[in-house]
Design a protein around this ligand. Structure first.
Ligand code: NAI
Ligand code: PYL
Ligand code: MG
Length: 259
């Protein structure tokens, strides 16, 4: 998994507010309303214990602090444990946490220990970014281009198919593209014969994955991928409505989905 850096998470509150405004402009709803509507759940100051994890590459600077800021932004009563790892988990439960958030290098989970629900960040992130894309107020059709069909992109693409969108999928891994398009109702997208889209969902770990040829003026590009899928000059040229944020939108999706 591509790991976040402390720089990605700098000033997370500002990044989250900026993303929230972009989501509201593109869809008419803010992130909280989209989560409530998607999962049919409402936050009510539930206690969230954030446990720093030191295994593998260890703690990421700003990670626990960002989760704390994000949980509070969405109306949860969160705290970071003093101790990491198993001792931190024990501390979180002893202090009344109803939901545990913790991540190692492979898995970032939310576990509601009251109702038993447990989720993984990757599908939750794919689903919420796809949901945002599907709510594009200025969409010219229900065609959506999905770029990247991995652990985040695949669940997002499946969500769009289930919502009745006409999904065009592309992945640089030809085998994966073939497998995905035969498993899901997705039309394989060939960059050599481009088509323009007003809605794009991108989930790759690479920059510059969206060619100019697919962009319609004012299109919505909903992308959790880090680094960003589009260069600033291209974004400006086509007035692309960019929804991109490193941790908060996906974490909100996790928290609301375990309520
Ligand atoms: P993954 O490795 O499972 O999937 C990425 C897919 O992108 C692969 O199938 C790969 O073949 C494809 N790909 C790579 N370059 C491509 C290109 N130029 N054009 C088309 N396809 C290309 O990775 P995963 O877990 O799905 O993560 C995707 C991105 O999302 C990563 O950058 C990750 O850090 C980020 N992420 C962001 C979150 C957020 O909250 N913003 C949360 C979770 C992940
Ligand atoms: C959650 C993200 C989204 C993108 N990449 C994923 C990542 O960076 N995972 C690693 C998280 C490690 C956290 C570390 C800590 O500070 O507790 N163990
Ligand atoms: Mg996010």
């Amino acid at each position: 998994m591509a790991l976040l850096t402390p720089d990605d998470l700098e000033n997370i509150n500002k990044q989250l507010k900026k993303a929230d405004s972009a989501v509201k402009k593109a869809t008419g709803s803010d992130i909280k309303q989209i989560c409530e509507n998607l999962y049919g759940t409402f936050s009510c100051f539930e206690k969230v214990g954030i446990v720093p994890i030191t295994s593998g590459n260890g703690r990421i600077g700003n990670f626990s602090e960002s989760l704390n800021a994000i949980a509070q932004y969405f109306g949860f009563n969160s705290f970071i444990t003093d101790m990491p790892d198993v001792s931190g988990y024990y501390e979180a439960v002893q202090n009344g946490a109803e939901i545990i958030l913790m991540a190692d290098d492979h898995t970032f989970l939310a576990h509601n220990i009251k109702n038993g629900k447990i989720v993984n960040n990757q599908p939750c992130t794919g689903i919420i970014y796809a949901e945002i894309a599907s709510k594009n107020l200025t969409a010219e059709s229900n065609d959506v281009l999905v770029v990247g069909l991995g652990k985040v992109g695949f669940p997002g693409a499946a969500h769009l198919v289930n919502k009745g969108c006409k999904v065009y999928g592309y992945d640089a891994d030809e085998k994966l593209l073939k497998k995905t398009t035969s498993n899901l109702e997705i039309i394989p997208f060939n960059p050599a014969t481009p088509k323009k889209f007003s809605t794009i969902f991108e989930a790759t770990p690479c920059a510059n994955t969206i060619p100019e040829a697919v962009l319609l003026e004012n299109c919505v590009l909903s992308t959790p991928g880090i680094p960003c899928a589009i260069f600033e000059d291209l974004q400006k040229k086509y007035n692309v409505q960019l929804i991109a944020e490193p941790l908060g939108i996906g974490t909100a999706s996790m928290l609301y989905s375990v309520l």
